[in-house]
Ligand binder design. Structure first.
Ligand code: URP
Ligand code: ZN
Ligand code: ZN
Length: 464
């Protein structure tokens, strides 16, 4: 099977030129002007950007959490991702406390196999790590799971203490892998939550008001310090505010191997989304919470200056009616997380490129290339080059859509609300190609459950 994409404006993290792209089977085999080749199918991309498929390095499909399970499984979640122009996700497998991480990996393979419609990899969430289990970490790396996530938040659930953090970080560093950190002081936050509940403060907005930015900044500072001593690169996930960004910037300025992502929710939504007398604010109960709006310009600056390398979604949807409602009488029982995997590319293009904050190359870097490099997938993923996987998006930079649960062009996620309801965006993924197969065209799904492959990722290759 061959595919020729003609007349497009090819944009990668570093290139911007007009050319034709010839794809044979799953890979890009030729790029040039007016290519003289015959193909099984030709796509005319005149007036369109031709960009690498998005890489979202932070999703939670089919994840048991908060007394329920995230509403998108690997089938619905990866399909929605593809509609939005994302062709690779790196999801989080979880180690059950007291059990092997390898068992956790097996469980996540079972969840994804035969379901994922685009390619996927796994990070491993470590929930405990005694000395006699450290050997498993090398095995995980051999299996292509070359990054971990550990939590300073959620005591009694996913939280690990600093000793565990250090032990696992040290081994991760020895193995050449990367540690992702959920950086928030969960112990102090739990005390603040207790005080709020004792004062009868049960509404969703108290989720945000009990998680001060200083407690995120403290977690960022502490995890970086521990990582430096342990000798491992660290990647701060879902960074939400200026306070936390300052810690990343300070560390990078002194040469520490520190990387960080933010997410569309922290760039486009803010604390005012909790200002509801009813339960509506539960839709935005995620961790870290939405912050005061002024933080957003700091995050954009961090993206522009390179202190933040990537924009992921932390896609972790829970239905408002059936799942968020678990916390109707107590905000601390609202399942934490929100949807976004489908809307990331359009939101970032609109807010970044159309909004004059990012170049079109930077847009590609932040939504695809940087994550591919950080997580051992480059140049197979994250670029358009001869020999790379043909994960390609034909992107219409002029087309506008209003994001809504009722707009069939913007919402395929298996969740009963859209966090960006009513947001108008310019820039839409129109044709999405996953390893040489058109999986989305004319807003119709042409992929299949099980069409996505597990990606064995390489070791950490930075600094970049
Ligand atoms: O609220 C969130 N972010 N839920 C998903 C789990 C996590 O902390 O990433
Ligand atoms: Zn987290
Ligand atoms: Zn997450």
């Amino acid at each position: 099977m061959s595919l020729l994409i003609r007349n497009g404006r090819v944009v990668t993290a570093v290139d911007d030129y007009h050319a034709d792209i010839f794809v044979e089977d799953e890979t890009v085999s030729l790029i040039g002007r007016d290519l003289d080749v015959e193909a099984d199918r030709t796509i005319d991309a005149a007036g369109r950007l031709v960009i690498p498929g998005g890489v979202d390095p932070h999703t939670h499909m089919d994840m048991p959490f908060g007394g329920t399970t995230s509403a998108d499984d690997f089938e619905t979640g990866t399909r929605a991702a593809a509609f939005g122009g994302t062709t690779t996700i790196v999801d989080f497998a979880i180690q059950t406390k007291g059990h092997s991480t390898l068992e956790g990996l097996e469980t996540w393979h079972e969840k994804a196999a035969g379901k994922a419609g685009i390619d996927y990899g796994f990070h491993m969430i470590v929930t405990d790590m005694e000395d006699d289990r450290l050997w498993e970490m090398r095995r995980l790396a051999d299996e292509g799971v070359t990054s971990y996530k550990m939590f300073m938040a959620y005591p009694g659930v996913l939280y690990v203490d600093d000793g565990t953090l250090f032990r696992a970080m040290r081994k991760a560093g020895e193995d050449g892998t990367l540690v992702c950190m959920h950086a928030e002081n969960g112990i102090v936050i739990d005390e603040i939550v207790k005080i709020a509940l004792a004062e009868g403060k049960t509404a969703p907005k108290y989720h945000a008001l009990t998680r001060p930015t200083r407690m995120e900044a403290e977690g960022v500072h502490r995890s970086i310090a521990i990582a430096e001593v342990a000798g491992v690169p660290v990647y701060i996930v879902h960074l939400s505010c200026a306070d936390a960004l300052e810690q990343v910037t300070l560390a990078r300025d002194r040469g520490a191997q520190v990387f960080a992502e933010t997410c569309p929710q922290y760039l486009f939504l803010d604390l005012s989304h909790y200002d509801h007398d009813d339960f509506e604010g539960a839709k935005y109960v995620m961790t870290p919470p939405l912050r005061e709006k002024w933080n957003q310009e700091h995050l954009w600056r961090g993206l522009g200056f390179g202190d933040l390398q990537s924009i992921s979604t932390d896609h972790c949807p829970f239905c408002f009616k059936d799942q968020k409602v678990l916390g109707i009488d107590d905000f601390s029982k609202i399942p934490n997380g929100g949807p976004g995997v489908e809307n990331r590319m359009s939101l970032v293009y609109n807010g970044g490129v159309v909004g004059g904050r990012l170049s079109v190359n930077k847009f590609v870097e932040l939504t695809s290339t940087a994550a591919a490099k950080l997580f051992g997938l480059f140049p197979k993923k994250g670029t358009i080059a001869v020999g790379s996987d043909a994960d390609i998006v034909v992107f219409n930079p002029e087309r506008r859509e209003t994001i809504s649960i009722d707009n069939p062009h913007t919402h395929h996620m298996n969740v009963d609300y859209n966090a960006y309801e009513g947001t108008e965006v310019q820039g839409v993924s129109e044709i999405v190609i996953s390893r040489g197969r058109v999986v989305v065209e004319d807003n119709i799904w042409h992929g299949r459950a099980g069409g996505g492959n597990f990606l064995k990722r390489g070791l950490f290759g930075g600094p970049f």
